[in-house]
Design a protein around this ligand. Sequence first.
Ligand code: AMP
Length: 584
Amino acid sequence: MASEKEIKEIYENRMNILEDLTNNVQEIQEQVLEEILKRNAGTEYLSRFFPSGEADNQSFKTIVPIITYEDIKPYIDRIANGETSPILLAYRIIQFLLSTGTSGGQPKLIPMTAESFEKRMSDLLLSDLVTRKCFSGSDEGKSLYLYFIKPEMETPSGLKASFFTTFYFKTESFKNGLAKFLTSPIDTILCLDNKQSMFCQLLTGLLQRDEVVRFGSTFASVLARTIKFLEDYWRELCSNIRTGYLSDWIIDPGCKNAMSLILTRPNRELADSIQQICEDKSWEGIIVKLWPKIKYIHCIITGSMSQYVSLLEFYGGGIPFVSPIYNSSESSFGINLKPVSKPFDVSYTFLPNTAYFEFLPVGKDGEGKAQETWTDDEPVGLANVKLGRYYEVVVTTLAGLYRYTVGDVLKVTGFYNKSPQFQFVERRNVVLSIDVDKTTEEDLSKAIMKAKLILEPLGIMLTTYSSYADTSLTPGRYVLFWELKMKGSNDLPKLDAKIMEQCCCMVEESFDFTYKSHRKGGAISALELRVVKHGTFDELMDFYVSKGVSVAQYKPPSCLKSEEAVKILNSGMVGKFFSPKTMF
Ligand code: AMP
């Protein structure tokens, strides 16, 4: 492990690099693009636009079209099927990354090279250093980070395809780096059975509870699921600690072996103290009670993850959150240079050496709603975005993506030196839509955040939500699913119809002008609110996981497109309520 002096040197070195990068955004971006074109102008894809095999930055920006995944899918499929000519890039692909976005029901395959992996790693390292520097003492102990993997796929060419985290957790750089600071033995992370993996990771985290200074996972949703698992299994975990014997349903050889080195003796005292904490009727602050030395909770908690803020704040008992990084299978984008920001204030600083970035201006109308269509404005470069404006990010990478739209809308909130900082606004295509109304993820989240304030004084917590546009009837309506529970217990609250109706009204009131005018004009029916019992959203997650989504990358959909998913939530329904028909 690196000494304090070595860590200080690494930090200072990285910070100097950061200063250099963020002061020379324009120059570095042009160099990155030049390098990409020098290497790849002769590929089949680019030579369509540059038959001479040579391309310069300026022509690239005017000739090469802005595309989506569907446009390059045929090229990617040919690589996946084993064609070895330089189709999209001249360099060797080490494998594909699976994105949680889908194309025709299949996960998207994104090429990854050794170099693009290294770039991502250097962003992760920088983010980690910045965070540790912010919280004194956080270097000393261990991290209880709940990490999971998913099975890999193999393409016909023999190239593997996996989620980024699965790839990363199997690398030497994980094993020799971050893994050394974790409470979870690597074999428990690499166990493909997520339930056995979760049990063992929580058990090792509890056994080392006095050493844990950081708690986290990739996404906030995984932590919400971890707490639910703890609620269901704390007695069994305590019994393992008390007796020194591992539950016999843990049969994965890696897990069993790793646990045999940690669960070595009965520890009655530890089991009693954990039991006492978990028996408390209220689980408010359970994380800090179980792991009293935790300095921060580390997970992505922006975008669709922001629906977990209040739930995790409740269980966290005041521990700050660090939302470290904004990235995707396509590219790393930005890191959070102000780790102490509150979840709703987090911005990510883009680093100009990661990829070549362009930004399509996205209009915002008076009510702050992202317009569906792009404005006519030309895309602008990283050095030219304007404070307060909204953009959709377009990326050109070293790994074969050229002017590729990721689908994320971002807002410029500031600058670090000359490098812009962005707040994640929404995933562009996640919208509820009826007639001409398009309600975005951001609109929905804001409206629900307002409506749930009605419930909070009554001790009722909204733990998670989703929605869908029910167009089976005419006119159609938006249906919300809310999972509710009492603060401090998992009991279902008594549902007062009047109050629930008020929540429906508040959501509708908070929607934008287009929605309200259509509702008034009768083009949209009264909003429906379906309350589901505690645990129903876990079943939804199980459903998506069974379809191949990685637990570590799972993001609860704020809007459902699949009938099966709607059915699952309907099966947990305990009450439904409507806005008054004539509200507007
Ligand atoms: P995937 O390619 O499956 O890793 O998904 C990437 C997508 O997850 C991004 O395009 C974003 O929509 C979302 N995402 C990743 N990081 C963040 C973040 N820090 N905040 C909000 N959304 C994020």
